[in-house]
Design a protein around this ligand. Structure first.
Ligand code: TYM
Length: 335
C-alpha cells in the first residue's frame, strides 16, 4: 500500500466464525477489493471480536486462516491493501482500553447486537460482549479511517465509534478522524432465504436459510429453489414481497442488472424459473472465489508471509496513533 498519495483511508473487518455467508459477501467483502485502487485500504480478520462468543480454540485457529484466505479469494490483494489478523497487532487492545474510558455504560447498553447476542447466549453475557463496540471503534480509529464499508447491521456500532472519537477529541484535543459508514445501495442487508423478515446470518439454525460462499453449486441451487417467497407469481420488487425483493437484490448484485430489467426478464415466467436463475447466477459468480480459496489454502507459507507483513504494516501505522493517545491522556513517556 502506498501511503505517500493523499488517498482516503478505508478500514473494515470480519469475524472468523465460519465460512462467510452470501450476506457478508454482498454487504461487505465483495466491495473490499474494488476499493483498493482509489483508497488506502486496511482489512482485518477480527479474531478478538470472535471470542466474545464461546469458540472452540482449534476451530477458531482454522477459521481465522480460512477467513484470511477468503478475503483474498474475494479480491483483497495484500500487495495493494494491508490485510492482517487483529490479535497480531497489539495496538487494538491498547487503544480499546483508552477508548473504553471515553465510552458510557448507557450507550453500550443500547446496542441492539448486544441485546440480541445476550438473549441468545444467556449463560455467557461476558464483559467482552458488552464492550465489543469499543474494540471495533479502536480498530477503526487506530488507522484514522475515513470510511468503513459494512452492511446495515453494523451502522449502530459505527455511530458509537463516531461518538467516541468526537468525545475523545473534545476532551483531549484533536486526534481521531470521525469515520463515515460506507454502505452499499443494494445488498446492505441480505435476508434469510427461509424468513425474509430476518437478516441472513451464520447462526441461523435452519441450514436452508443461509448461503455460504463455499457451498457447492448444487447446494446453492437447492437452497434458492427452497427459498420462501409469497403466494403471488409476479417477479416484482415491492415492500409487500420481501422474499422476491431479497432474491431480486441478490440477482441484481451478481448479474449487474437493475430491477426494471429483471422484472422484464421474468415477465410471464413463474417463481420457479426465477429462483433457478438466481441460484445459477450466484453459483457461477462464486466459482472463481471457491477456486482461488482452494489454491490459497494449499499454500500456507504464502498466507503466513502475507499476514505477517500485513501485521507489521498495520502496527507501523497504529502505534503512532496510540502513542499520541497515550500522551494526550497524560501517560508518562516510556522511552
Ligand atoms: P461480521 O463479521 O458479523 O460481518 C462482516 C460484514 O458482513 C456484513 N453482513 C451483512 N451484510 C449484508 N447482509 C447480511 N445479511 C450481512 N451479514 C453480515 C456486516 O455488516 C459486516 O460488514 N463487528 C463486525 C466486524 C468488525 C468491524 C470492525 C467492521 C470488527 N471491527 C471495524 C468494520 C470496522 C462484525 O461482526 O461483522
Amino acid at each position: 500500500m502506498s501511503e505517500q498519495e493523499n488517498k482516503k483511508v478505508i478500514f473494515s473487518g470480519i469475524q472468523p466464525t465460519g465460512t462467510f455467508t452470501l450476506g457478508n459477501y454482498i454487504g461487505a467483502v465483495s466491495h473490499w477489493g474494488k476499493l483498493q485502487d482509489e483508497y488506502n485500504c486496511i482489512y482485518s480478520i477480527v479474531d478478538m471480536h470472535a471470542i466474545t462468543v464461546r469458540q472452540d480454540p482449534v476451530k477458531l485457529r482454522q477459521h481465522t486462516l480460512e477467513a484470511y484466505a477468503l478475503i483474498m479469494a474475494c479480491g483483497v490483494d495484500p500487495k495493494k491493501s494491508i490485510a492482517f489478523i487483529q490479535s497480531h497487532v497489539r495496538t487494538h487492545a491498547e487503544l480499546n482500553w483508552i477508548l473504553a474510558c471515553s465510552t458510557q455504560f448507557g450507550e453500550l447498553s443500547r446496542m441492539t447486537q448486544f441485546k440480541d447476542k445476550s438473549a441468545k447466549h444467556p449463560d455467557d453475557v461476558n464483559a467482552g460482549l458488552f464492550t465489543y463496540p469499543v474494540l471495533m471503534a479502536a480498530d477503526i480509529l487506530a488507522y484514522k479511517a475515513d470510511l468503513v464499508p459494512v452492511g446495515v447491521d453494523q451502522k449502530q456500532h459505527l455511530e458509537l465509534a463516531r461518538n467516541v472519537a468526537q468525545r475523545f477529541n473534545s476532551k483531549y484535543g484533536e486526534l481521531f478522524t470521525v469515520p463515515e459508514p460506507y454502505i452499499p445501495k443494494v445488498g446492505a442487508k441480505v435476508m434469510s432465504l427461509q424468513d425474509p423478515e430476518k437478516k441472513m446470518s451464520k447462526s441461523d439454525e435452519n441450514p436452508n436459510a443461509c448461503i455460504y460462499i463455499l457451498d457447492e453449486p448444487d447446494v446453492i441451487i437447492r437452497k434458492f429453489k427452497r427459498a420462501v417467497t409469497d403466494s403471488d407469481s409476479e417477479v416484482r420488487y415491492a415492500e409487500d414481497k420481501p422474499g422476491i425483493s431479497n432474491l431480486m437484490s441478490i440477482y441484481s448484485v451478481v448479474t449487474g442488472k437493475d430491477y426494471a430489467s429483471i422484472e422484464r426478464e421474468f415477465e410471464g415466467k413463474g417463481y420457479g424459473d426465477f429462483k433457478l436463475a438466481v441460484g445459477e447466477a450466484v453459483s457461477d459468480h462464486l466459482k472463481p472465489v471457491r477456486d482461488e480459496f482452494a489454491r490459497l489454502m494449499a499454500d500456507k507459507a504464502y498466507l503466513k508471509e502475507c499476514y505477517t507483513n500485513g501485521a507489521q504494516a498495520a502496527l507501523n501505522i497504529s502505534r503512532k496513533t496510540v502513542a499520541k493517545a497515550y500522551r494526550k491522556v497524560g501517560f508518562v513517556d516510556s522511552m
